[in-house]
Ligand binder design. Structure first.
Ligand code: PHE
Length: 357
């Protein structure tokens, strides 16, 4: 074969390549076509292997001719590749699952948080999904909201249940989050579905299980036809979500002046597995959820008609719950500012980061 013949063959191949390249609709198809022409065993590749068969004086020209043809064919591929790529980008941007660069980004959790905060966020998340609002009240509270409006009048022996820090200005440091019950009733009226996470204070001697400063999370639901069945269902759901498994619980009668009937909900101690330790006072059970049906007197204080509405309330021990969840056996760790107790985002269950304002 001489160079003239070679040129004819190459012109044919180029023509063929042009058609095949245009016919390729995807990048993958294009890659296949490219191998057929430019690959070692492709038509051009094989011709390359014949150069050494030319007489020496024609070899240079044959090589140049082949190179020129293969560059022309390569250019065809590159052009087509760009075309396909840009049409795929366009399809992506307008099709389902299109990337919209103007949407706000996903906020990634940054830094480690206090165990109480981690549990609080998680609880807020669970309850917000159930349609609850998250309310707050003052830490420096009046006798009226902390006791009186909760059916605990002056001189009532129940005041001794909660040793109180009295302030010189006539107010007190709230001993629980329950004062926000009547505050919320006054603010919204029925129906109500809210939780109130917050800090509480009691005049306690500090040991492994007692602190003078701790966190609770109040819950309050008021509507027509609210029953104990609703209360139990919500408590179960709460504990299951927090511990990501069914925890053993027991319900005992409990006395709180602002609920009737009242209950103590205990869960088996996750620190010792129920065999008894300092955290559970060697009983194997930890009180985490005092609760009950809102007392008619409390509804009246909140200007809600107890004949029309009923409700339930609970006072979750947030600090104790955080200790259970993260295996902290001594409550003194919680206020010690020890960074080793902090919870990294990887140990927070689920997408619990709630935007706080
Ligand atoms: N406020 C109570 C306490 O701190 C707990 C509680 C709340 C009990 C709501 C019943 C209902 O001891």
């Amino acid at each position: 074969m001489d160079v003239e013949q070679l040129k004819l063959i190459l012109a044919g191949i180029e023509q063929e390549a042009r058609q095949a390249v245009q016919a390729a609709a995807t990048l993958e198809a294009l890659r296949g076509v490219r191998a057929k022409f430019l690959g070692k065993k492709g038509s051009l590749g094989q011709l390359m292997g014949t150069i050494r068969d030319y007489p020496p004086e024609q070899r240079g020209l044959a090589g140049q001719t082949l190179n020129a043809a293969s560059q022309a064919v390569t250019a065809l591929f590159e052009e087509r590749q760009k075309q396909i790529e840009s049409s795929e980008v366009a399809a992506d941007a307008s099709g389902a699952g299109a990337h919209d660069p103007s949407l706000p980004g996903v906020r990634l959790p940054l830094g480690n948080v206090h165990p109480v905060t981690a549990v609080q966020w998680q609880i807020e998340h669970v309850f917000q999904r159930l349609g609850f609002t998250v309310e707050a009240g003052p830490e420096m509270e009046s006798d009226y909201y902390n006791f009186e409006a909760l059916n605990i009048p002056a001189m009532h022996p129940a005041r001794d249940m909660q040793d109180t820090f009295w302030l010189t200005n006539g107010l007190l440091l709230r001993t629980h989050t329950s004062p926000v019950q009547v505050r919320t009733m006054e603010k919204f009226g029925p129906p109500i579905r809210c939780i109130v996470p917050g800090r509480c204070f009691r005049y306690e001697t500090i040991d492994a299980s007692h602190e003078n400063t701790f966190h609770q999370c109040e819950g309050l639901v008021i509507d027509r036809n609210i029953s104990i069945a609703n209360l139990i269902a919500v408590m179960r759901l709460l504990l299951r979500e927090v511990f990501q498994r069914d925890v053993k619980v027991r319900l005992r009668p409990g006395y709180f002046p602002f609920v009737e009937p009242g209950f103590e909900l205990d869960m088996s101690c996750l620190i010792c597995g129920g065999s008894g330790c300092a955290t559970c006072k060697r009983s194997g059970w930890v009180e985490v959820l005092p609760c009950g049906m809102v007392h008619p007197n409390v509804l009246r204080y909140g200007e809600i008609d107890p004949h029309e509405y009923t409700g339930f309330a609970f006072g979750l021990g947030l600090t104790r719950l955080a200790m259970m969840k993260y295996g902290i056996s001594d409550i003194r760790v919680m206020n010690a500012g020890d960074v080793r107790a902090l919870v990294p985002p990887s140990r927070m269950a689920g997408p619990t980061i709630v935007e706080r304002n």
